[in-house]
Design a binder for this molecule. Sequence first.
Ligand code: ZN
Ligand code: FE
Length: 239
Amino acid sequence: MKIEIIKCLKDNYAYLIIDEKNQTACVVDPSEAKPVINFVEKNKINLKYILNTHHHYDHVGGNFELKKKYNCNVIGFIGDKDRIPEIDIFVEDNQIWKEDNFEAKIYHIPGHTTGHIAYHFFKEKKIFTGDTLFSLGCGRIFEGTYEQMFSSLNRIKELPKETEIYCGHEYTLENSNFCLANDSKNLKLKDKIVKIKKKLKNNLPTIPTTLNDEIECNVFLKAKDIMNFSKLRDLKDNF
Ligand code: ZN
Ligand code: FE
């Protein structure tokens, strides 16, 4: 299974999960269709599934056009069946979604939105976290509660440390400033920031990150309790 990172809009990432044995693929959160179509056409890939983490336009914007062109199935959380465009297949918490050689466990992780989910490709140790867990940050709480977001992040934290994290946006550098301001003695964080800057300088994504890196460097994952977490989330909103 190969992951291809597709830049969309200003700072979004869509991800193609490609089964190289038969050149079939899923796309996670296509913000827009065009960059996905470009890649798929150029590499003669059969796009079969659209996996949406949540209903925001910058994650589902390409659903209609991609489905029309490739007749792919759109997968999303059952609770969001009325607001994910073109949805065909409803999934729920802890379900295993399996089609062709693709197999992922669904985690319902509310907070950013009430219906947000993550797709954990457990055999490949990769998780697609949308706007819940970012590298060095977490999503804004739009529809859920602090408690929900905190427990959603804690569920992700339980996964194997070597798990690769693919999130919805390139916010890493901006997030790193907030982490540094709140955890200024963290040498692992400083080390990661050097690597982040180097990647961005070479016009490369800072994604994927690893769960291990995030546990060591992301202040939101280091929060001890809900009070501490809520305070950090409020500070970040005004940073
Ligand atoms: Zn969002
Ligand atoms: Fe987003």
